[in-house]
Design a protein around this ligand. Sequence first.
Ligand code: COA
Ligand code: NAD
Length: 656
Amino acid sequence: MALIGFDIHDGIVFVTINNPPVNALVQPVRQRLLEVVREIETSKEAIAIVLRGVGRTFVAGADINELGKPQKPYLPDILNEIASSRRPWVAALHGSVLGGGLELAMACHGRVAAAGAKLGLPEVTLGVIPGAGGTVRLPRLIPMQHAITMATSGKPISATQALEWGLVDDIPGGSIEDAAAALAINLASAGRASLLERPVLISADINWEEQEKAIRSKARGANAPLEALAALKEAMLLQPEIALENERERFLRLADREESRALRHVFFAERAAGRSLKAIAADPADLRHIGIIGGGTMGAAIATAFLLAGSKVILVEQDNGAVARALERVRETIGESARRGAVAKGKDAEALGRLVCRNSLEALKDCELVIEAVFEDMNVKTSVFERLDAVMSPNAVLATNTSYLDVDAIAASTRYPERVLGLHFFSPAHVMKLLEVVRGRVTGERALATAGALAKHLQKIAVVSRVCDGFIGNRIMASYRRECELMLEEGATPSDVDAAMREFGFAMGIFEVQDMSGLDIAWAQRKAKRSEKLSEGRAACIADRLCEAGRLGRKAGRGWYDYSHGRPEPDAEVIEIILDESRKAGCQRRPFTGAEIITRILQTMQREGLAILEEQIAESAADIDVVMINGYGFPRFRGGPMHMLEMSKAHLLPIA
Ligand code: COA
Ligand code: NAD
């Protein structure tokens, strides 16, 4: 079928966009669409037009590859021709109606949607704003307050919400094409006013300054959401033609900026991650019925992720007391997911009904996949794997959720090490999108294919890592945490470092993060490493001193900060320890600027990232960015440490 299908029945022209997989409005599609619009305009038979998309979706937007490289014909010009057509155009919407796709639908004179359609303006997630009338037309269809939310968050809304707000005219029970045709005929006889002549739908009480403040704080340094707000304000204040021109100018300016380059890089990096797993031909393990060992923080959350995805889960704990606690933990996690709206009504009880908790590994013998999430201790893990090996069929895939331990050593404790791999989930595992798939020296194809299928099943982003201490993410995190502690010795304070990281766009600084997750795990690891005489290079001892003083983080009420008043506050005892360690290290203390702190953190991440690539631990630099953004709070709008390194080499960006 042609890129744009075009047929006429009883005066109704059906125009069908056919550019799989998502009908993106790439240049040849725009070119042909413009020709079709003009042919229809001169047709004697056409009474009204139904515009639709073929396949799984209407139109998911402009082609992201073309952002920043504008090519004629421009989308706004085509949309203006549709909007001013002598005949009514009605869009029949299904699947994703996003960005340029929604702008195209808004240029039509009516819209009907399938019940499952999602409508949104995600441009800010790519560092731009709508560039084809989105900010000017949207607040003429729905109240400005909702338009602000849609355009500045980038989050899509459901068809039901769109109907309620006035973005679509109907959600028919039956065929959307038939309903669109009926609406088009009505509009042809009823006549219609141009959307741009309608007033912006605004209630008097929008406080633009407050809006800007709230959006700025949420954006953490990203610029596009604020530009989207400014464009909407202009849509209210200026003549529509001028607002349209200004919107386009803003869009083109932003598309050429680093923020958009970075976000486009992340968009494609996330879709490329784990591609090697998808290419494997082996049959994956059956994921409808899986086993988990250990029902603590991670095991319970991993169980929740599988239960919510429709799998049956057998969870094994050490004894009956631990079984009861694990069951309670999963119940709580599922309850919390329901409260967040992440689970449809009634589905929470159904999910919990698929869980069985047992106190013996024997219970797992029929599962094709088992994930171990017991204590981070090599002896405990190898003993579990030895026992599992005796119980499970040789065909079963055995995974460990270890954060740092040697997956090859764990695999070696079994008779069939090729079926062993690491599946490193991030906490909370039912929420966090990232999954490091740790490929051991002899991990086989079935185990890898299972990891690929599992990522799809749980809607995770899988990144493949080879075996090393901490894999990709924790290894980089350990390196920059060490660098931050060295900066404390040299003159910075925890608040200096955390403030610099927040200013850069991290949700939290490294010391606040440590307080939240607890200082004891890293402490135990450092002790284990020292006992194995593994050198860490020069390392600060400040964290050890805090642990020895019982300052284990938030759970102890004190760590790098004091939490007596709920929020983190600098603490004199911590400063004393830092000064003492500075003296011992012979450091001449000096003040640090935020830029200096960030430069050191970035350079450390990049150095470690390059070493990881050199050792072929990661499959690509882009994978490292995906890990740091999705697992460690690296600001998405900066594209990741390796992207920043590339850009700085190309002199497009100063390092911080
Ligand atoms: N431009 C170019 N390519 C696009 C695209 C776009 N607007 N939207 C999706 N694609 C590509 C993806 O890169 C992917 O390619 P790949 O298979 O080679 O990796 C393919 O289409 C399928 O997309 P994917 O995201 O894997 O499918 P999905 O079903 O999970 O999600 C969407 C579909 C439409 C929800 C999602 O792709 C999306 O959000 N796209 C971006 C929409 C957007 O931001 N539009 C505004 C652009 S300014
Ligand atoms: P946890 O202490 O909360 O839970 C461990 C659970 O394992 C406990 O409930 C314990 O009773 C159970 N257990 C111990 N030995 C067992 C055995 N022989 N049989 C059955 N159950 C047994 O620990 P956690 O935080 O859930 O961590 C588990 C694993 O996940 C560790 O390897 C850890 O490194 C890794 N991990 C943790 C995080 C995190 O943020 N907590 C993130 C990623 C990975």
